[in-house]
Design a binder for this molecule. Structure first.
Ligand SMILES: [Fe+2]
Ligand SMILES: [Fe+2]
Length: 187
């Protein structure tokens, strides 16, 4: 709680921005996770890592803001228009235009339009998908954003996978009940 009170003043202007609020409309790692949720969780994780490493106030502020903006690409990559966009390319170019490869660069360009970011911060956002990014993380900040994103994403995806397994089990169990238990193996 105390940590949250110290964290929020570093990022409140970004959280209040309507363009950032719009990230609540985009599903991300599963149906119950939005880009907004994921970005805020990544900022919290980056802040915790930065505190543990003893970053000074300015470095901690920059790291937390960059982590919050790392997925500020501003579109829903699950939608048909995005699939159509990728289908315009062929072979290796189609592969390299997939969301995983391009969204770091897009997020960096877009974040610079809305917020006052320097080149180092834009680089940290652009490289956060390393090793899928087109650029390497070149600073401590960039590596910490990459790490925070991966830790948070794997937690979120394991929750989603857990829901998937539970739902499949419940569907099987209901089907077994409806079929009078015929799906159970009996001796
Ligand atoms: Fe990302
Ligand atoms: Fe992310």
């Amino acid at each position: 709680m105390e940590k949250e009170q110290e964290l929020l003043p570093l990022i409140q202007d970004i959280l209040d921005n309507p363009a950032f609020q719009d990230l609540k409309n985009y599903a991300h790692h599963g149906p119950e996770n939005t880009v907004y949720d994921h970005s805020l969780a990544t900022a919290r994780m980056a802040y915790t890592l930065g505190l543990r490493l003893g970053l000074n106030t300015e470095a901690l502020r920059s790291l937390t803001r960059v982590a919050l903006l790392h997925d500020f690409f501003g579109y829903d990559w699950h939608e048909d228009w995005y699939r159509a966009f990728v289908r315009r390319y062929h072979g290796l170019r189609r592969f390299t235009h997939m969301h995983a490869f391009v969204h770091g660069e897009i997020a960096a360009l877009r974040a610079k339009l809305y917020f006052d970011l320097d080149d180092k911060q834009c680089g940290s956002i652009a490289s956060h998908m390393f090793p899928l990014s087109t650029t390497l993380p070149k600073s401590r900040e960039a590596w910490l954003v990459t790490l925070a994103d991966k830790v948070v994403a794997s937690k979120e995806m394991s929750v989603t996978a857990g829901h998937g397994v539970r739902n499949a089990y419940h569907r099987l169990w209901r089907a077994a009940r409806m079929s009078g238990g015929a799906l159970y193996v009996r001796k």
